[in-house]
Ligand binder design. Structure first.
Ligand code: FAD
Length: 546
């Protein structure tokens, strides 16, 4: 046992989960329900990782600090199985039938609401060709969604995924499969140029790409924005009533009901490996926790190999592959407390949309994305404006509003600043002046916004990483989602099934398939895999240590 003395190992858990992100908590709930003795160890004082709310501007104003849109979670197999239990533990959803809109110069806007006809009507006013193209894209979505969401919910590669593809071959036939292959390989610009006419309608879909790191010209970048744009039109957008942490509280409540433990405010420093198997963890305060059956690491792939494992624990090939794992551009969050709703130039009707994208056009997205990769601060930051109060009015008192502004995509390190004087500064120095630039942009689309701002809190890329070490460099998605690091290549070729070359050590979280977002998938699939393997071991007889 490398550096591990059995005498210092204290509590015999079945599983130790490193990190209380939602995937870690989901894995812990599933294992604990199966009777395993589970502990989740979280470095932060509060669980949830990138899912957390707080009154960060003024008392009574509850902001989702990071993730807010719960659609992926609500659509997950985990929620299908545990939704009622989470409700018992206090989770309530608030859903908007007006999921997203885009604004453009000159007071123009276009919004998508639940139901095809209402959206088509708005698009017809832009151009009849846009309405026709949107209808065709919606038809494509209806044909492809079952297959694409089926793959999304399966381990890759797996028998389950093969079954989904076999079903697709039967229903889609050769032409449909060719359409699917073309969709999977297209860039977003290629997709929207094929179907839509106006620059405004094209931006409506393309803006979703930059929620990940899918600039409009990235190959394979069409699928996510396509799915998000049309699934939101089908179901609207949901947030947790009272704040994102209510979902975390419900997960922790369920864990505790099943006898699981949560320890916060202490980091795991090392994963202990003996004879090729993970046997426990060592905490920052020196305490060691024994894991008789598994260690589940809800950590970034580079942290796993860079600090938690000792050199030589993993085979050289896997070590090198994980060291090469690539992160995407950074994100900044600006939280505003407002005395009134946003005074959009495009009109009050925009106030009811959950998200308003302020980019504005596909070429702007392409420029912003290239700037970020080249280390340039964008002159025109891409903004996702979350009008959380319009979805969940409980978040602020009286007429007050909370506004969630996600600034995508930014350089991890600031090289040049062609539009200003922030070149070469650290994010700690540049955060507030850059937030002023963001506010100035927003003011052009919502004149008078400044006058209704009561307070603001800025979280720079550096703050994001300080808050959650998985957000490396402030990358909100914990690793690029380009094709070379997606599907069976996430986090690295041969490592997409959560298992590692170290026995009983599994890696979950945004850095593993199916990637970032509140999809609860990796925690769910990895925990179920552990249970299946434990049953097999039981069937094959004793031999597992306790
Ligand atoms: C600003 C922002 C906005 C987003 N918006 C959305 C959205 O609206 N909808 C959506 O679906 N997704 C959104 N996302 C993405 C989504 O929130 C994340 O992909 C998701 O929460 C990742 O979950 P996870 O389980 O991988 O772990 P994380 O949430 O990354 O949590 C990991 C946890 O592990 C802990 N940890 C790591 N290492 C250790 C260690 N050694 N010891 C102890 N603890 C450790 C960390 O402190 C952290 O709490 C957003 C992300 C960000 C940052």
């Amino acid at each position: 046992m490398k550096g591990t003395s059995a005498a210092t190992v204290a509590l015999p858990y079945d599983a130790v989960v490193v990190g209380a992100g939602h995937n870690g908590l989901v894995a812990a709930v599933i294992l604990a329900r199966a009777g395993w003795k589970v502990v989740v160890v979280e470095a932060n004082d509060r669980p949830g990782g990138a899912l957390m709310s707080g009154e960060v501007t003024r008392p009574g104003y509850v902001h989702d600090l990071f993730a807010t849109n719960l659609n992926l979670f609500v659509g997950s197999p985990f929620y299908a199985e545990f939704g009622d239990d989470l409700a018992r533990h206090g989770l309530r959803l608030r859903t908007s039938d007006f999921p997203y809109a885009n604004v453009f110069p000159g007071g123009k806007s276009i919004g998508v609401s639940v139901g095809l006809e209402a959206t088509l009507e708005r698009l017809r006013q832009l151009s009849p060709g846009d309405a026709q193209g949107w209808q065709q894209l919606n038809d494509l979505y209806q044909r492809m969604a079952g297959t694409l969401f089926g793959v999304y919910a399966s381990p890759v590669p797996s028998y389950g995924m093969a079954k989904v593809m076999a079903g697709a071959a039967r229903t889609l036939r050769r032409k449909g499969l060719a359409d699917l292959a073309q969709l999977l390989s297209s860039s977003c610009r290629e997709l929207v140029d094929t179907y839509l006419v106006s620059d405004e309608a094209k931006a409506l879909i393309a803006c979703w790409g930059l929620h990940l790191d899918l600039g409009p010209d990235v190959s394979g970048g069409a699928v996510f924005p396509f799915l998000e744009a049309f699934s939101d039109m089908a179901v609207g957008m949901s947030v947790a009533e009272g704040g994102a942490s209510r979902l975390v509280d419900a997960l922790c409540g369920l864990l505790s009901e099943y006898g699981g433990e949560l320890r916060t405010g202490v980091a795991v420093e090392r994963i202990l490996v003996a004879e090729g198997r993970a046997v426990g963890v060592e905490l920052a305060d020196g305490e060691r926790l024994q894991a008789a059956r598994a260690v589940v690491a809800n950590v970034s792939p580079t942290a796993l190999v860079g600090s938690l494992l000792a050199p030589g624990d993993l085979p050289v090939r896997d070590t090198k592959a994980l060291e090469r794992y690539a992160y995407g551009p950074a994100t900044m969050m600006i939280h505003l407390a407002l005395s009134k709703p946003v005074p959009w130039e495009a009109g009050e009707e925009l106030q009811r949309y959950a998200y308003v994208h302020v980019a504005p056009y596909v070429d702007d997205l392409a420029r912003t994305y290239t700037d970020a990769l080249a280390g340039r601060l964008p002159a025109e930051p891409l903004l996702v404006v979350g009008q959380t109060s319009s979805v969940d009015p409980t978040r602020a008192p009286g007429e007050g509003q909370v506004l969630w502004i996600q600034v995508r995509t930014l350089p991890t390190r600031i090289g040049d600043d062609p539009a200003g004087s922030l070149g070469g500064k650290s994010w700690d120095e540049a955060a507030e002046p850059f937030a002023d630039r963001v506010m100035a942009k927003l003011e052009r689309y919502a004149p008078g916004l400044g006058a209704v701002v009561l307070d603001r809190t800025v979280l720079s890329p550096a703050d994001l990483e300080r808050q959650n070490r998985n957000l490396v460099g402030g990358d909100s998605i914990t690793g690029s989602m380009h094709l070379r690091q997606n599907f069976a290549f996430r986090p690295a070729p041969g490592m997409a099934r959560y298992r590692t070359a170290i026995g009983d050590l599994v890696l979950v979280g945004a850095g593993t398939w199916p990637g970032p977002g509140l999809n609860a998938q990796s925690g769910y699939l990895a925990a179920r895999d552990l249970l299946v393997r434990a049953r097999w071991r039981g069937a094959l007889g004793p031999g597992r240590r306790r």
